[in-house]
Design a protein around this ligand. Structure first.
Ligand code: ATP
Length: 702
């Protein structure tokens, strides 16, 4: 199908599950809402209430927030004023600048308009011969997908001005967002009507505090409360056939006075309620990162931990923190306007922090510890009310956290634990400044007086160095397997597919996988909309998640994907990290990410907790050459087939010493304090340190 055919295609949409439920009700004649009985209404119908809002959503699917009548589906690129061609992939969309740190010359190899199908010749990866350059890991290239997530990113100071949040999924330049007016008039699902000036009684009016409450669109979305029944709280999925293989993964713990690992939950000696909750959650055996991290946290040490995706890092910090809190006789916090949490957990995306909160709620069930979650895109007053009811563990995205601190709804004096999940992301240029502000906020205990814990599957050396500012000098570094390595339970395939052949290949791939739950990653928010629409037109039930969708839509999309209603989720990098969704069997990188670390996180949405999964990546030689070396390395290390053509590209773009360093420049494979003279133990779970290879020898990690 040529691009010029798109316009005709969308006039008779088959938007099945891609359209929010309430919208389908409005437009569908069929009982299941799958069949549209009329074409989208004219813009005049969109002036008020849900229709305006919903059509804005609809329109943005097709015309990026501009008039459908005038633009519809442009032939070759979106004319949305930002100059970003769509299929042309100019990539200079300022709203979605997942900047590609190329730094490599582009040399040939691109077969315009034709799929240069994967060469069938491939070899089994062994020890990869390449020492690839890091494809640019984020320093200097903040991913605005996250930035969009929270209004404060890289804008002003703690109390500085904030960029208004986008008004809707499109560019929002035609229909001002309802929420921006503060006038209300429409009560949507889970939303509250805003009245008057939008000044609410909870507002502290803290001087200089400018947040989404005072600047830019007002967020009115109140997320539905999660189910309270025990079955829902402890719902979990099964560990996979490879769960026991975790035991053979090499673990390195470096630093002084390393506490011995615990091999069982009993040995960890967590309190009784916690132990009972662990059992109800279906955990019978510790994963390696848990075996080594739990005693470190219980011993009061700071920690930087790196373990492969889906291997249980969340419980590795939650369980010992909760155990410590119980041990220290924490008292239930009562209703108060100013709460003083003992623990703050931050994560880069709303969906991830919500997931962490649900885990915290699960493990603290039946205790006096109260966990609360707050995140952007939701009504600020709702966050305030949640906190006021009592808050021991505060789970927050950075923007909302800084807002709530600015409004003096939480005090930091009691903070004993600060957790940065996806820590490399939290410390890079996108969130690093916010995190620095957080630790220098009035009242925040110094690093000597709090425990700081950092977790991720990837930890570039540069970020490790930055992390030093947050951690006590004697922090411990736990590395499970290869730092930055891909999960070995994911079968990885890389196909050479030119830009213009990707859609066809995508449909072919999805048709061959049937109803398998699949995440499709694309590079830009607009493209996520286009691809989701395209797949719906191909009658593949699809939804999408990205930073330009309203929070309600994001949560609905995730819900539809989780429950299987939409087995395909098209996502930008906003969904790359941390999300733990049952039964995701398949990840497709329609576009490869700009960095190899991002690739590792994306494919880690499958193959979790010992389950197996598959990842297929479309490699476009025109735009992805910079990833050839690190990809070869990642594939080799995970004992995956390495296509011969990819090796050739990697050879042709090989830059000795790229990214600086005689050794592997793809991975920050060790604790950067390698010049450290103290003890270091390398262990496999269940074996003594003396049986393990020499930890100082980086080559032993290959
Ligand atoms: N010891 C255990 N036994 C059984 N299941 C576990 C155990 N530890 C964790 N899990 C489950 O494994 C899944 C993955 O855990 P989690 O989300 O913490 O992984 P992660 O290492 O943080 O991944 P990512 O790097 O993608 O953020 C979750 O569903 C979690 O409940």
């Amino acid at each position: 199908m040529g691009d010029e055919d798109w316009e005709a295609e969308i006039i008779t949409p088959h938007l099945s599950s891609y359209v929010p439920v309430f919208e389908k009700d409005r437009y569908s004649s069929g009982a299941n809402g799958d069949t549209f009985s009329k074409t989208p209404a004219s813009s005049s119908e969109m002036d008020d209430g849900p229709s305006r809002r919903d059509h804005h959503f609809m329109r943005s699917r097709f015309a990026s927030g501009r008039s459908l009548g005038n633009r519809g589906f442009p032939s070759n690129k979106l004319e949305d004023g930002d100059g970003a061609g769509f299929w042309g992939e100019s990539n200079n969309d300022g709203e979605d600048n997942q900047t590609r740190n190329r730094g490599f010359s582009r040399r040939g190899g691109f077969q315009d308009g034709n799929a240069s199908e994967a060469s069938s010749s491939s070899r089994r990866g062994g020890k990869g011969g390449f020492r690839g350059g890091r494809g640019g890991f984020g320093l200097g290239s903040p991913n605005s997908e996250y930035e969009q997530d929270e209004g404060t990113q890289r804008t002003g100071g703690l109390f500085g001005p904030r960029r208004p949040a986008p008004s809707g999924p499109g560019n929002g330049d035609v229909y001002p967002s309802r929420s921006g007016s503060g006038r209300g008039g429409y009560k949507g699902l889970n939303e509250e009507v805003i009245t008057g000036s939008g000044k609410n009684s909870w507002k502290s009016g803290a001087e200089g505090a400018e947040s989404e409450d005072t600047q830019g669109p007002k967020m009115t979305y109140v997320p539905p409360a999660p189910p309270e029944d025990e079955d829902s709280i402890f719902a979990h999925y099964q560990t996979g056939i490879n769960f026991d293989k975790y035991d053979s993964i090499l673990v390195e713990v470096s630093g002084h006075d390393v506490p011995p690992a615990v091999l069982t939950f009993e040995e960890a000696n967590l309190c009784q309620t916690l132990t009972s909750n662990i059992a109800k959650a279906g955990y019978t055996k510790l994963t390696p990162v848990q075996k080594y991290s739990i005693p470190v946290v219980l011993a009061g040490r700071d920690l930087m931990a790196c373990a492969q995706t889906g291997s249980g890092k969340t419980a590795a910090f939650l369980l010992p923190i909760l155990a410590n809190m119980m041990r220290d006789g924490i008292t239930a916090s009562r209703f108060r306007e100013l709460q003083e949490p003992e623990c703050i957990i931050v994560a880069p995306t709303r969906e991830l922090i919500n997931q962490i909160y649900l885990e915290a709620r699960k493990f603290s069930f039946g205790t006096c510890v109260r966990a609360v979650v707050i995140y952007g895109g939701t009504q600020f007053g709702h966050s305030v009310r949640q906190i006021a009811q009592g808050c021991n563990v505060l789970c927050a995205t950075p923007g909302r956290l800084m807002d709530i601190i600015g409004k003096e709804k939480i005090g930091l004096r009691q903070v004993r634990y600060l957790v940065l999940d996806e820590a490399d992301r939290m410390l890079d240029m996108g969130f690093g400044p916010e995190m620095k502000k957080l630790i220098s906020c009035p009242g925040m205990p110094s690093k000597e007086q709090r425990q700081t814990l950092m977790f991720s599957a990837t930890f570039p050396e540069e970020i490790q160095r930055l992390a030093g500012e947050f951690l006590k000098p004697d922090y411990l570094f736990v590395a499970v397997g290869q730092v930055g390595g891909a999960c070995t339970d994911v079968q990885q395939t890389v196909l050479q597919v030119g830009q213009y052949a990707k859609r066809e290949k995508l449909v072919e791939t999805l048709r061959s996988t049937g109803d398998e739950r699949t995440m499709v990653f694309v590079e830009t928010k607009k493209k996520a909309d286009f691809i989701a629409t395209f797949l719906c037109q191909e009658k593949i039930s699809t939804t999408s998640i990205h930073g330009d969708r309203e929070q309600r839509e994001r949560e609905q999309a995730l819900g539809d994907f989780r429950c299987g209603k939409c087995p395909v989720l098209v996502a930008t990098s906003v969904a790359a990290r941390g999300l733990d969704i049952e039964n995701v069997q398949h990840v497709i990188n329609f576009d490869l990410p700009s960095t190899i670390d991002e690739y590792v996180h994306r494919i880690g949405r499958t193959g979790r907790c010992g389950n197996t999964g598959r990842a297929v990546s479309f490699f476009d030689p025109e735009s992805d050459r910079h990833l050839a070396q690190p990809l070869v390395k990642i594939l080799s290390d995970a004992q995956q087939d390495v296509p011969a053509w990819l090796e050739e590209i990697a050879f042709s773009t090989y830059v000795p010493g790229f990214s600086g360093g005689p050794r592997d420049s793809v991975f920050a494979s060790v604790d950067t304090r390698k010049n450290y003279q103290g003890k270091s133990t390398l262990n496999t779970a269940g074996f003594s340190a003396s049986q393990a290879p020499n930890p100082a020898d980086d080559e032993s990690w290959d």
